[in-house]
Design a binder for this molecule. Structure first.
Ligand code: PLP
Length: 369
């Protein structure tokens, strides 16, 4: 059966190699693989199964964690946004999830829940990001409370860095110093580092690292390529040319007549648009790869289609393969041209786009997830 276009081709060997890279960079830390938001658009369950060598997983929501348990994922699962009500707390207990405790309302729910004794939690300090987390002045007291409710072994201490992708940044140094001061001498395990901190801040590695973006083979740093960081992209978004069109010099193309042919031109119409997650806001010089050759996107991106200028690629035919991002065309680069970050492009790959596992044997049939 032909695969629907566009499709997201997933290289699970690259995923596992990126996990191995994390282990090389942080050899003394356990790895909590961050698979929230549908594993950054790659597909939650498949990615979790492929990452079974990870020591645990992190998701944002209780529902995502339950989906992992229902998919027979047995490792530890941390819920980064924690629980917000008693039903979610009960679900955490029932499914052996490890919620993040970040505010005092959660402590009240914990104290009033008779079944909570078996729970493991991650206690989060707001060390300067000012998003989720306990204020430094309330942290010691809440830690004492949680420890008396659940026991000392049930708590992992964590914080999150606001600017780890900025080398030598003094915010990171201040956040690290505060976390180190407030957790000094405590027996509990600690966790600080996201991808950028794993790569740039060895001081932040601690007992558990929490890589997200780098596992998917994408650089967390503006202006630094994944390849130079030893990472390989997992997702390549692919499609095909579904129509060819000749336009005369001076003819305009697409909604709003967004591009005018500067010469007699041959256009390829590609099955991909913002309805699939391809960004509408691309800059003028944005390119895709057609049969491996760069070709500029012309006119506005529409919901299901883009037009590319194939005038200099006469060999291209209907059915020719198009790479929108991924292998040979870093998603970081396209994100930059679309005025965004790679996280948003990956997370926005639409539900209608099939995720397809790249087979090790290239001749083998590709299997749909
Ligand atoms: C608390 C926390 N830890 C770790 C991560 C992983 O971050 P990254 O994808 O930059 O590695 C995230 C992602 O947003 C997060 O919210």
């Amino acid at each position: 059966m032909t695969v629907q276009c566009p499709y997201a081709l997933l290289d699970l060997d690259a995923l596992r190699a990126n996990l191995a890279r994390v282990r090389v960079l942080a050899p003394r830390s356990k790895v909590l693989a961050v698979v929230k938001a549908n594993a950054y658009g790659h597909g939650l369950e498949e990615i979790a199964h492929a990452l079974r060598a990870a020591d645990g997983f992190a998701v944002a929501r209780v529902e995502e964690a339950i989906a992992l348990r229902r998919a027979h994922v047995l490792q530890r699962i941390v819920v980064l946004s924690g629980f917000w009500d008693s039903d979610q707390l009960t679900a955490c207990i029932h499914f052996r999830l490890e919620p993040v405790i970040h505010n005092l309302a959660q402590i009240e729910l914990l104290a009033n829940c008779s079944g909570a004794k078996s729970l493991r939690v991650w206690l989060k300090l707001d060390s300067g990001m000012h998003r989720l987390g306990l204020a430094p002045e309330e942290f010691p007291q809440v830690l004492a409370q949680v420890t008396s409710l659940l026991g000392p072994r049930a708590v992992t201490l964590m914080t999150h860095l606001a600017c780890a992708d900025e080398f030598g940044d003094c915010t990171t140094q201040a956040q690290l110093a505060l976390f180190e001061r407030l957790t000094a001498g405590l027996e509990a395990e600690r966790s600080i580092a996201n991808s950028a901190a794993i790569l740039a801040w060895p001081r932040a590695h601690a007992d558990w690292v929490r890589p997200g973006l780098m596992l998917y083979g994408v650089s967390p740093f503006a202006g630094r390529q994944a390849q130079e960081l030893g990472l390989t992209p997992v997702m390549t978004l692919k499609s095909r040319v579904i129509a060819l069109k000749a336009v005369a010099k001076g003819e305009a193309v697409g909604y709003g007549r967004g591009w005018t042919a500067p010469r007699p031109s041959r256009l390829g119409i590609v099955a991909a648009g913002y309805g699939d997650g391809y960004p509408r806001e691309v800059a003028l010089d944005t390119k895709v790869l057609v049969e491996g050759q760069p070709a500029p996107v012309v006119g506005r991106v529409s919901m299901d289609l883009i037009s590319v200028d194939l005038t200099d690629l006469p060999q291209v035919r209907i059915g020719s393969e198009v790479t929108l991002w991924g292998e040979g065309l870093p998603v970081e680069h396209l994100a930059c041209q679309a005025g965004t970050i790679p996280y948003t492009l990956l997370c926005r790959v639409a539900a209608r786009v099939p995720r397809v596992i790249k087979q090790v044997n290239r001749d083998a049939r590709q299997s749909c997830l």
